[in-house]
Design a binder for this molecule. Structure first.
Ligand SMILES: Cc1cc2nc3c(=O)[nH]c(=O)nc-3n(C[C@H](O)[C@H](O)[C@H](O)COP(=O)(O)OP(=O)(O)OC[C@H]3O[C@@H](n4cnc5c(N)ncnc54)[C@H](O)[C@@H]3O)c2cc1C
Length: 534
């Protein structure tokens, strides 16, 4: 196949449309750099749609003495909440205390305690958790989120769904985020600022020639050549594949692929707090209120040997999560409760840790400047994506000395231009302007699109004015918005990434949606959407 040259020389070419690639693209375009990003599938189709969806400091990382990571993540939570009050919100986490809770045997904290308190026999004492929560509350400069406190589970409603033996708990704050929407909004914002975002476009070769990178991509409209002054490899679980097989560089750095699976069950409890359960194996899982009618339980930690795309929640992982949760819930959680599962692969920097649980969650940016610069991104959290992007641009600054300074901490994502506690007021305004919306529908539109919900619904006065009804409150105007502004081109992009309406739609409805999207120009959505489309 012959390749057409785009004739454009970008400052940055970014491989990967996960949160790290899209976060870097947004930051770089806002600093005045010209950016091209290629994603081989849909935005966030890799790890960035398969997370636990928390903006969190990572309480358990304190046991690994990952203080830098925890501090940075804690500080980020409130910056992100303010920048995206539609797709993220505060959550309280209830951590029941039980004498059976143990450390993973290999954490620095457990080794220290084994030495000073041998009689504890690897148990995680309540006072240590309280100390950890104190650090958690104070390390990150909290202003919006409430502090940790103790709970009496015999009186607090959070104790009701649990076994009676759980009598005490701690409660602390972290935040929720719609992970795949976060990616799409970063991509959209980058495009609005002049970036070129190409989905369904795989980078197949990358080669240094003189001061430039020469790249070949394969996409829906064939093969293309691109040139760029610097290359960012944000390939997530494919980061090593890009180094070795796309750029053909020998490197000693590697990625450790650690699979994490989640199960979604029918709703297991009737309040809006989340549970943080500690296991006798030293691991922890969350049980989180999910999409109003469901509970999300996860995650596992398994070294992953297959291709990243092949990650699925195995029967063994599902049963592990069911058994773990059933140690806490009064009513056992069974296979019949499970309505959906998903699995993703953490692209962790390979630091040689013994277990998958112990491998560092911190990110590593490695710059290869033996010619035109190549920046490889290893690891990272959804929570730290914005800080990671800032660090990436700091590393690249010597090559782009005229780039503007960091800016993303103060600028909302599309649709997020309203107060961090303004969701209820905005939902009420939407419901008043469009009285035909049900409360669920109005809430869903604001949570997904924020102030853009008004643009999507336009001057519709009746549901019929919104075009085809695909079911579960999804209508044609919303689908067209997702196709023209958010790079969606299949039903899966819409019902499992840009939304989770797949939990509420029948297979026939999803097939009908897919048919509609194929008939209505999905190929245009897969190409670069020009800023003018905004
Ligand atoms: C189970 C689990 C739970 C997690 N929970 C949390 C959490 O609650 N909070 C948190 O902060 N973090 C969490 N994380 C971590 C977080 O999800 C990841 O660190 C983050 O999503 C990684 O993003 P990424 O952009 O590096 O990778 P990805 O999202 O995988 O993106 C990489 C992209 O590169 C593309 N690509 C690869 N090769 C090419 C190529 N040759 N050409 C074009 N495109 C290519 C891929 O298709 C992919 O879309 C969790 C991770 C897992 C697995």
């Amino acid at each position: 196949m012959t390749a057409t040259s785009t004739g454009i020389v970008s400052d940055l070419f970014i491989i990967g449309g996960g949160i790290n690639g899209c976060g870097i693209a947004r930051d770089a375009t806002g600093r005045g750099l010209s950016v091209t990003l290629a994603e081989q599938g849909d935005l966030a189709q890799g790890t960035s749609s398969a997370s636990t969806k928390l903006f969190h400091g990572g309480l358990r990382y304190l046991e690994y003495f990952e203080f830098r990571l925890v501090r940075e993540a804690l500080e980020e939570r409130e910056t992100l909440l303010v920048a995206m009050p539609h797709i993220s919100w505060p959550m309280r986490f209830v951590l029941p205390l039980s004498p059976g809770m143990r450390f993973e045997s290999d954490t620095p904290t457990s080794r220290l305690l084994r030495w000073v308190m041998p009689w504890a026999k690897g148990r995680r004492p309540a006072w240590l958790i309280r100390l950890g929560l104190f650090m958690y509350d104070t390390m990150g400069g909290r202003k919006i989120l409430p502090a940790a406190r103790s709970l009496d589970l015999t009186r607090d409603p959070a104790g009701k769904p649990l076994k009676p033996e759980f009598r005490r708990a701690f409660e602390y704050s972290d935040c929720w985020v719609e992970d795949s929407r976060l990616v799409a909004l970063n991509a959209r914002d980058a495009a609005q600022r002049g970036g070129r975002i190409m989905t369904r476009t795989k980078v197949v070769t990358a080669e240094r020639q003189g001061d430039l990178w020469h790249l070949t991509t394969e996409g829906p409209d064939g093969r293309h050549h691109h040139k760029a002054r610097a290359l960012v490899n944000a390939g997530g679980p494919w980061v090593e594949d890009v180094i070795r097989n796309v750029a053909r560089i020998n490197s000693s750095e590697g990625v450790r692929l650690v699979r994490g699976s989640h199960i979604v069950t029918r709703k297991l409890f009737d309040h809006d707090r989340c549970y943080f359960f500690q296991g006798s194996d030293g691991r922890i899982i969350f049980a989180i209120p999910y999409e109003q009618d469901f509970t999300l339980i996860g995650t596992t930690d398994k070294d992953h040997t297959g291709a990243p795309k092949e990650a699925v929640c195995t029967d063994e992982e599902r049963d592990y999560l069911l058994a773990f949760a059933s140690q806490y819930f009064a009513k056992p959680v069974t296979r019949d409760d499970v309505v959906w599962t998903y699995s993703g692969v953490r692209p962790l920097y390979n630091d040689g840790a013994k277990s998958a649980t112990a491998a560092t969650r911190d990110y590593v940016l490695s710059l290869d400047d033996t010619g035109a610069p190549l920046l490889n991104v290893f690891g990272g959290k959804i929570t730290t994506y914005r800080r990671l992007a800032e660090s990436a641009l700091a590393k690249l600054h010597p090559f782009f000395p005229k780039a503007k300074p960091a800016w993303t901490a103060r600028v909302p994502l599309p649709g997020g231009d309203f107060p961090h506690d303004g969701v209820a007021a905005l939902t009420a305004k939407l419901a008043a302007q469009y009285p035909f919306l049900t409360p669920y529908w109005a809430g869903r539109m604001i949570r997904a699109y924020g102030t853009d919900a008004f643009l999507i619904l336009g001057n519709a006065g009746t549901p019929a004015a919104l075009g085809t009804d695909f079911g579960a409150t999804l209508t044609e105007v919303e689908v067209r918005w997702l196709m023209t502004r958010e790079y969606a081109s299949t039903a899966t992009d819409v019902v499992w990434r840009r939304s989770k309406l797949g939990l509420r739609m029948s297979q026939d409805q999803i097939t009908a949606l897919d048919h509609f999207m194929q008939m209505n120009g999905s190929s245009t959505a897969s190409r670069a959407i020009s800023p003018a489309a905004e």
